[in-house]
Design a binder for this molecule. Structure first.
Ligand code: KPL
Length: 296
C-alpha cells in the first residue's frame, strides 16, 4: 500500500517508520528532519528497534496514495486539508488530538475521512532518529461510529506492518474520552510545569478531574454516551501509565510554542450547552500565555 504521513513530528515519524517496514511510505515534514531521513534513512530506537528508508519531502502538494495519515497539530489541520486537496488519496486517517479534526479535513477533501487515536509514545531524538517510548495502539473507525468496511481495510493494512491496531465502532465516544483525558492532563501539567504524574495528587487532581467531568457532560449533551465515571477512570489510568511523561502541551509551553488548547478544552467550551467553568478557566489561562508570547 502507498501511505503518506502528513506531519512527520515524533508520532508521525514513529508510525511512518513502523509502516515503512511493510508499505511504501512518504513522510511529509520539515527540515532538517526530512533532509536527514533522505541522507541516512529513519532510525527507530527504544521499545522498538528498526532502520527503514521511507521517502521524505517538505512539499505535501500533488501527492497520491491509498492512505494518508494526518498527524499534524490540530491548529494546522485547516492548512493540511488545503495542501492535501491538491493530491489524490483513497482514504484519510486523522490521528490527532482534540475534537473536530475529521470534520475540518472532510470539508476540503473528497476522500473518505476516518477517525483514530494513537497511544504510542514517541520522541524525536534528533533529525532522522525517533524513539518509541511506549508501545501503544492505533484505534480507528468511522467518525460517525458504526461499521465501516473502509476502516476494516485500513486497519488490516496498518496491523500488517506490525502496528498494534483495533477497529472500533464507537469512535465518537473514544474521541471524547481521549479529549476528557487531555482536557485534564494537558493544561494543568503545562501551567504547573510538571510531569503527568503530579496531577494525581492534591491540589491538582480536583482541577483535572473536574475538567474531565465537564468534558463527559458536554459529550453527552452532544449525543455521545460518556459517563463521568468512565472519563475520570480513563484520566486516572492514563495519568498513572504516563506519570513520568511530559504532556504535549507542557512540552509546547516549555518550548515557547503554540498549544492545542483550542481543539481540547476550547472544543469543550465551544460544544457546551451549560457552563463549563473549569475548562473555560484553563482555556483563558493558556490563551493568556499564548497571547503574551505573540503566538496567536
Ligand atoms: O496525549 C497525551 C498528550 O500529552 O497529549 C497524554 C495522554 C496526556 C500523554 O502525555
Amino acid at each position: 500500500m502507498r501511505i503518506v504521513v502528513f506531519g512527520a513530528g515524533s508520532l508521525g515519524s514513529l508510525l511512518g517508520g513502523l509502516l515503512a517496514r511493510e508499505h511504501r511510505v512518504t513522510l511529509v515534514g520539515r527540515d532538517p528532519h526530512v533532509s536527514a531521513i533522505r541522507e541516512n534513512g529513519l532510525r527507530i530506537s527504544g521499545a522498538i528497534e528498526a532502520r527503514v528508508s521511507p521517502n521524505a519531502t517538505t512539499d505535501g502538494t500533488d501527492l497520491a496514495a491509498d492512505l494518508v495519515l494526518v498527524t499534524v497539530k490540530s491548529y494546522d489541520t485547516a492548512e493540511a486539508a488545503r495542501t492535501l486537496s491538491t493530491g489524490e488519496f483513497g482514504a484519510v486517517l486523522s490521528l490527532q488530538n482534540g475534537i473536530g479534526n475529521e470534520e475540518r479535513l472532510a470539508r476540503d477533501l473528497d476522500s473518505p475521512v476516518l477517525a483514530g487515536t494513537a497511544s504510542y509514545g514517541a520522541a524525536l531524538e534528533k533529525p532522522s532518529e525517533v524513539a518509541c517510548t511506549g508501545v501503544g495502539r492505533v484505534v480507528l473507525g468511522s467518525p460517525e461510529g458504526g461499521e465501516s468496511a473502509l476502516a476494516a481495510r485500513v486497519g488490516e493494512a496498518v496491523a500488517g506492518a506490525g502496528v498494534e491496531t483495533a477497529v472500533a465502532r464507537d469512535m465518537p465516544r473514544r474521541l471524547w474520552e481521549k479529549c476528557a483525558v487531555n482536557a485534564g492532563i494537558n493544561p494543568v501539567t503545562a501551567l504547573a510545569g510538571t510531569e503527568n504524574g503530579a496531577i494525581l495528587a492534591e491540589p491538582a487532581w480536583p482541577i483535572a478531574r473536574e475538567a474531565a467531568r465537564e468534558t463527559a457532560r458536554v459529550a453527552r449533551e452532544n449525543g455521545v454516551a460518556l459517563s463521568e465515571e468512565t472519563a475520570v477512570g480513563a484520566l486516572r489510568r492514563v495519568t498513572s501509565a504516563t506519570r513520568e511523561n511530559t504532556s504535549s502541551m507542557a512540552q509546547d509551553l516549555g518550548k515557547g510554542r503554540r498549544t492545542e488548547i483550542d481543539a481540547i478544552n476550547g472544543a469543550v467550551v465551544e460544544h457546551a450547552r451549560r457552563e463549563v467553568p473549569t475548562n473555560a478557566l484553563l482555556v483563558g489561562l493558556v490563551k493568556t500565555w499564548e497571547n503574551s508570547r505573540g503566538l496567536r
